[in-house]
Design a protein around this ligand. Structure first.
Ligand SMILES: Cc1ncc(COP(=O)(O)O)c(C=O)c1O
Length: 406
């Protein structure tokens, strides 16, 4: 059976969340209707609100359900009402792209936001600002000093938005202790369904609705609530909160794989990291080639850099950390999840050793730099050559920028 080690892209749903969604879908009811059916739907949504708030130490009334982390980030930055926007250089695209004029806060070689640079950027103008710094990075897993960011931002009268999409459900998150004004969450990163997320506000944080309509979510996000989706989100959030201890133990699997990969350069290893995330560069072997070879071996992982038109492009995150192009181009992200096992780590190590032995040979063709005919297969006793077998999930041959699951 294939092994899934791409949990930062999306993680399997918790069976309890699936069961709760199926149950919720059996009922009719618009959460805005005043009759009994509507009130029952409202009760389900409000229960989910409490469960989500419970995971991050927020107030249920301040949870605004959205279509995911992307919308939550957009809502914070566009709805926060500040024209001056500062974002860390390692943010997800849904933070980097909404505001064209946003200034980038650099990070250091460990992948940690440069607090002195933040201070300098804030001091450059008296115009009220909003600062966006994520809690944990999706590519490296590096955890950011968000409470420090808030302390500096407050001294300059700035608001703080924190993308906690990758952190929530993986490490303890306490919104009050962090002190942020806005916190973004996504259900599918913590065992809930795709297409559901939330923006959680600090009490009294300003917000103008971006999506208007029927006045749902207390007028802060128009649109009929996705009752089954938020029910699944709520259940997954509650379970993830109870199982943070088990999740922390994924660091043992991560470290086993890390230790076994001799010759690999671990990116982000000098900083506090999520327990499940490993970003490693295997210089000399393009990430895309490794991913395809591992996919054929039944291991699903992703590139540490963004894929574009079938080529692995320099990751803005690794670029911001000053990682050399040769390393960045060969970087892989392995991310474990709530259902990962010892055996998964063992198979990952064995498969990678096998792939690396073959791909790290001196032949440029074997390194994926040409269309070698069968060399890889021959080396492995008749296994299908990489570019001869129809790939189950082929990378695009060209054209538009491919979107990498982040
Ligand atoms: C750090 C981070 N922020 C935001 C998002 C977007 O979340 P969603 O997929 O729910 O839109 C992702 C997911 O790829 C992410 O990794």
């Amino acid at each position: 059976m294939a092994i899934y080690l791409d949990h930062n892209a999306t993680t399997p749903m918790r069976p309890q969340a699936i069961a709760a969604m199926v149950e919720a879908m059996r009922f009719v009811g618009n959460a805005s209707s005043v009759h009994g059916f509507g009130r029952a739907a409202r009760a389900r949504v409000d229960r989910a609100r409490r469960q989500v708030a419970g995971l991050i130490g927020g107030e249920a009334a301040n949870v605004i359900f959205t279509s995911g982390g992307t919308e939550a980030n957009n809502l914070a930055l566009r709805g926060g009402g500040r024209a001056r926007v500062l974002v860390s250089a390692i943010e997800h695209d849904s933070v980097l792209s909404p505001i064209d004029s946003a200034k980038r806060i650099p990070v250091d070689a460990r992948g940690i936001v440069d607090l002195a640079a933040l201070e300098r950027l804030l001091a450059m103008s008296r115009e009220p600002a909003i600062v966006a710094v994520m809690l944990a990075n999706n590519e490296t897993g590096v955890i950011q000093p968000v409470a420090e960011v808030v302390r500096i931002a407050r001294a300059h009268g700035a608001l703080v938005a924190c993308d906690a999409v990758q952190a929530a459900g993986k490490i303890a998150v306490d919104m009050a202790a962090l002190g942020v004004d806005y916190l973004s969450l996504s259900a599918h990163k913590l065992g809930g369904p795709q297409g559901v997320g939330a923006l959680v506000l600090r009490d009294g944080a300003p917000l103008c609705a971006v999506q208007t309509g029927g006045g749902q979510e207390r007028g802060r996000r128009g649109g009929t609530e996705n009752v089954a989706g938020v029910v699944g989100f709520g259940v997954a959030a509650e379970i993830a909160g109870h199982e943070l201890g088990a999740f922390a133990r994924l660091a043992e699997l991560r470290d086993r794989v890390q230790a076994a990969l001799q010759g690999a350069r671990v990116l982000g290893a000098d900083a506090p990291r999520l327990p499940n995330t490993l970003n490693v560069a295997m210089p000399g072997v393009p990430a895309q080639t490794q991913i395809m070879a591992l996919d054929l071996a039944g291991i699903a992982i992703s590139a540490g850099s963004a894929c574009s038109s079938g080529k692995v492009k320099f990751s803005p995150v690794l670029h911001a950390m000053g990682v050399a192009e040769a390393d960045a181009g060969s970087a892989l992200r392995i991310s474990f999840g709530w259902n990962s096992t010892e055996q998964d780590a063992t198979r990952m190590i064995a498969a990678w050793m096998d792939v690396y032995r073959r791909l790290a040979s001196p032949s440029p063709r074997m390194r994926g730099e040409g269309r070698g005919e069968g060399e890889l297969g021959v080396a492995q006793g008749g296994r299908a050559p990489l570019d001869a077998a129809p790939h189950p999930n082929p990378l695009p041959a060209g054209g538009e920028r491919e979107q990498q699951a982040a």
